[in-house]
Write a protein that binds this ligand. Structure first.
Ligand code: 3UK
Length: 537
């Protein structure tokens, strides 16, 4: 077996068999990494070698810290893990906290000590934590003191746990107190480039959580793909946004990407659309990462904030409706960079630059990745034909001990579960999640297209579209609509919206049922939870 720094080989032992891995592509010269690499050493110790010691790395409500200070803090945390908590390389460490500087330092502390990070979203409950801890055989926990309650509830049912420490905690035995006694240096664990670095659990909306294993090299590869080819950040950039660091969209966009480029990142807890705009203004942010629903809600508020510093905005997590793209551009002058990513792929693999945007498209396979659309026989579809999106590149899906590996990876391709079409120039057009396609009277209808059409109407704040069972047609299209202020939930408005859709897209796609609601159910990552709409119908 090849070199590993892991003494505890649980994660390696529970990788899928090699024959079930996707085909990996390392065509780009930027992606040829040394056999031994630790992603935190590459990002932090590497930053000091580049002369960035005194540059600001993290910005937060109560101050900032430099690359040098972040490195020292990560080293102290690594020491606490090894010297006080008995961490062995390969052990899994659960991290739990809102986006704040200590949470960021913990990620790097675990990497440096050769541990494997299991990030968890702040809103997860004891039941979900117990499942994740059990599945990943978590041994250690580092947690923000304010999120202790659910850990306490979960712990009795988690026999693998050995040691738990809290931060932003006054206790003598807290992570903060232990760190304060340590020197800011650490002998980094020399991991192999393909030693597991993190197990990211999918923010999937149904079924048992799936853990996706990513190696040290994958963390660096995500920094060397989308940011280099589409975002093109500079040292002077200030990143900000909403995705939790436990979501790989946030881990990349709000932590690893800025540090890879010598830039700084604003870490803020629990942001609203208004709060995010305020943060852009206050921190003079230049790059923003968030979900489509945030851009939509920010557009009407944008005029009342000074956003002159903001240059680039990245949207991911779900499809960006063209109506939202237009609304945001009209309000700010910024052409949003859309990108589809997945926890299985660690980050974005289809995207575009502001100059290469094509209306209604997510973009093209970014350098390093290849993408195609497969028909039911597993062959590439002709341009314009809808099929299953399949992708391969320098990163890919490796589920931790999970039969569903064979569903996600087919013939070397990562099959994301999205229905897409591709045009003759290689631009990819999102339709729906494969299992969300609506079939009504023999027609295939993609809910997001109907949502997009509704969102273009001035009365509509938000829309979610699903298929509901119907005796005559099999399914009918049903829309859940949040109206803007000043519009009434009346039959006349129903008729107006139906007529609008009929005139904007093929009439058979119009929502035969419309229900007005005050809000749509969403995940912590901004995704619409269609299954909740289905069960409420
Ligand atoms: C959907 C999109 C259309 C799509 C993610 C960027 O979302 C991320 O990861 P998840 O595992 O979900 C993956 C699924 O979400 N999706 C994401 N982005 C788009 N659909 N247009 C988009 N731009 O169904 C995909 O299969 O939660 C996104 C970076 C890292 C991520 N983990």
């Amino acid at each position: 077996m090849s070199y590993t720094a892991h003494i505890d080989t649980f994660a390696r032992d529970n990788l899928p068999p090699r024959r079930e891995w996707p085909e990996m592509l390392f065509d780009l010269p930027d992606l040829r990494y040394p056999a031994r690499m630790n992603c935190a050493v590459e990002l932090l110790d590497g930053a000091l070698l580049k002369g960035w010691r005194d540059r600001i790395a993290l910005r937060a409500a109560d101050g900032h810290c430099t690359y040098g200070q972040l490195l020292a803090q990560a080293n102290r945390i690594a020491r606490v893990l090894v010297e006080d908590m008995g961490l062995q390389p390969g052990n899994r460490v659960l991290l739990r906290g809102p986006n704040n500087p200590m949470m960021a330092a913990c990620w790097f502390g675990v990497f440096k000590a050769g541990g494997i990070v299991v990030g968890t979203m702040p809103l997860l409950r004891a039941k979900e934590l117990t499942e994740i801890i059990g599945k990943a055989q978590v041994t250690h926990v580092l947690c923000d003191k304010r999120l202790q309650a659910e850990v306490d509830l979960a712990a009795p049912a988690c026999p693998t746990l050995k040691s738990i420490k809290y931060w932003y905690d006054d206790d003598a035995g807290s992570l903060d107190a232990l760190c304060a006694k340590k020197p800011g240096s650490f002998r980094n664990v020399e991991t192999s480039a393909d030693d597991p670095a993190l197990i990211a659990f999918t923010s999937g909306t149904t079924g048992k959580p799936k853990g996706t294993v990513h190696f040290h090299r994958d963390v660096i590869a995500m920094c060397d793909c989308f940011p280099r080819s589409c975002l093109k950040p500079a040292k002077e950039d200030v990143f900000c946004g909403t995705p939790p660091l436990a979501f790989t969209f946030g881990l990349g966009g709000l932590l690893c990407f800025p540090l890879r480029f010598g830039a700084s990142t604003v870490l803020l807890e629990r942001l609203t659309p208004d709060g995010l705009l305020e943060a852009v203004h206050k921190f003079r942010a230049t790059i923003c990462f968030t979900a489509p629903t945030f851009y939509r809600q920010m557009a009407p508020l944008a005029r009342s904030h000074s956003l002159k510093t903001l240059k680039k905005c990245v949207s991911a997590g779900e499809a960006l409706p063209d109506a939202t793209r237009q609304l945001f551009r009209n309000a700010t002058g910024i052409e949003i960079i859309d990108g589809i990513g997945a926890t299985e792929m660690i980050h974005i693999f289809i995207s575009h630059t502001p100059d290469t945007v094509r209306r209604g498209a997510t973009g093209y396979a970014i350098p390093g990745y290849r993408a195609t659309v497969l028909n039911p026989a597993g062959k590439p579809c002709a341009p314009g034909v809808v099929g299953r999106l399949a992708v391969k590149g320098p990163t890919g899906c490796r589920y931790l001990a999970d039969e569903r590996q064979k569903v996600y990876v087919q013939k070397g391709w990562n099959v994301t579960g999205d229905a897409y079409s591709m045009d003759k120039d290689g631009y990819f057009f999102y339709q729906a999640r494969t299992d969300d396609m609506i079939v009504s009277a023999g027609y295939n209808i993609a809910g997001p297209e109907v949502e997009g059409s509704l969102l273009a109407h001035e009365a509509v704040a938000e829309a979610g579209v699903i298929g509901v069972a119907d005796e005559e047609r099999g399914q009918i299209v049903k829309a859940f609509v949040v109206l803007k202020l000043g519009y009434q939930k009346t039959d006349a408005v129903v008729k107006m919206l139906q007529d609008h859709v009929k005139s904007a897209i093929a009439p058979y796609k119009y929502p035969r049922a419309i229900e007005f609601v005050d809000a749509l159910p969403r995940t912590e990552t901004g995704k619409l939870q269609r299954f909740k709409l289905r069960t409420s119908s």
